[in-house]
Design a protein around this ligand. Structure first.
Ligand SMILES: [Zn+2]
Ligand SMILES: [Zn+2]
Length: 399
């Protein structure tokens, strides 16, 4: 028996294990879908995923890196270590409109199918539960805490309306702005007031004026969260939230400073004071090209076609970026609905709880587990992942 035969046999067993788990995967995915829990409140989702992993022999640590709803489920010991990442947070008011119930289910199913198909192996399987992708950046905190250190590879899969192997994501930094002025009667004594609404409007105008000077793929966008209380009162307090995004880390630092300059200049110009609160930044994503190739082979082998994202297509941001800059990482996408149904819409919430999504719970787990098996069992592949990682990180990420 050759080594290739062995891997093929193991993959066959993984697929069978994933099929055997299929009814349970549907239950768990539907359970999360029916009870959407938002960032850092994903207690029941974590319980469902970790209990299942424990029943299948994983050792589970709940409440990792100071985050109550983060977990690490471990099976095996020593190197190599492969990490399969789960997300399970929902969107406020929209339920599982990003389909993270499927991300959690795929990761858990992949971990269990892999472990059941590999009774004896050298190394460690980790299913890592990462909360609050949609706001709060669980992976950023966990990355700073060293949770992903030492992984030979980190992988997860995200549902959408198209299957992509790879798609970029932008670095992002969130800001909360609070302008303070002085209220006055807007008609009888406006000259005694200091208008905090003018300050916040000036920020929008200055950002808009500078758009021409930003590098491609720069995105700066915001909303006014408090604009004043009544038209006859000069607003003494206004607030806004902004997201500053770009395609590389060095430029992101420059942009952050430019944005602060804009905000401070708006305060100065209007006589206001301003409190700038900078939130948790996500780094831009670097998909490991060698691991993308491995995933492609496995995806094609289960009979799923993929598309290449159109040139210049807009992208968002995700805390997987921070993981991708530490260890070889992939974040491919699996089509779960008809094209044109965008994430973060009520229609996508329906899609992530649909029969079509249910059907894909076992297939998704299989593709991830096959990819993880390749990493665990093939030392040459691990060398390739590493070489690709060094090369990709050594040069400025191209977008
Ligand atoms: Zn989302
Ligand atoms: Zn998402």
């Amino acid at each position: 028996m050759t080594a290739t035969d062995t891997i093929a046999e193991i993959k066959e067993r993984i697929a069978r294990e994933a099929q055997a788990l299929h009814p349970r995967l549907i239950q768990i995915s539907q359970g999360m879908h029916a009870n959407p829990e938002i960032a850092f409140q994903e207690h029941e989702a974590m319980t469902a995923l970790t209990n299942e992993l424990e029943e299948h022999g994983f050792e589970v640590e709940r409440g990792v890196s100071g985050l109550d709803t983060a977990f690490v489920a471990t099976y095996g010991s020593g190197e190599p270590v492969v990490g399969i990442l789960a997300e399970y947070d929902a969107l406020p008011g929209l339920g599982h409109a990003c389909g993270h119930n499927l991300i959690g289910t795929w990761a858990m199913g992949a971990g269990i199918a892999l472990r059941r198909a590999l009774p004896d192996f050298e190394g460690t399987i980790k299913v890592i539960g990462t909360p609050a992708e949609e706001g709060g950046g669980g992976k950023v905190t966990m990355a700073e805490d060293g949770v992903f250190n030492g992984l030979s590879a980190a992988m997860m899969m995200h549902p959408r309306d198209t299957t992509y192997l790879d798609r970029g994501s932008l670095a992002v930094t969130p800001y909360k702005l609070e302008f303070h002025g002085k209220s006055a009667h807007a008609s009888s004594s406006p000259e005694t007031g200091i208008n905090a609404l003018d300050a916040v409007i000036q920020v929008f105008n200055s950002v808009n004026a500078l758009r021409q000077a930003f590098k491609p793929n720069t995105r700066i966008h915001g909303v006014i969260t408090h604009g004043g209380d009544a038209a006859n009162i000069i607003p003494d307090h206004t607030s806004a939230t902004f997201l500053v995004r770009s395609a590389d880390q060095e430029y992101q630092e420059e942009l952050k400073q430019r944005f602060r300059n804009i905000v401070e200049a708006a305060a100065t110009a209007t006589g206001c004071t301003v409190d700038i609160t900078e939130g948790i930044s996500y780094k831009q994503r670097v998909s490991n090209l060698a691991l993308v190739d491995t995933f492609r082979e496995n995806l094609t082998a289960v009979g799923i076609d993929y598309e290449v994202p159109p040139e210049g297509a807009g992208v968002g941001s995700s805390d997987i970026g921070d993981v991708s800059q530490l260890v070889p990482t992939i974040h491919p996408y699996l089509q779960i609905c008809d094209k044109g149904i965008g994430n973060h819409t009520p229609e996508f919430n329906d899609a992530s709880g649909s029969a079509r999504a249910d059907e894909l719970t076992a297939t998704g787990a299989t593709v991830l587990a096959w990819t993880a098996a390749d990493v665990l069992l093939n030392p040459e592949l691990r060398d390739k992942l590493n070489a690709s990682f060094q090369e990709q990180m050594g040069r400025e990420p191209a977008r």
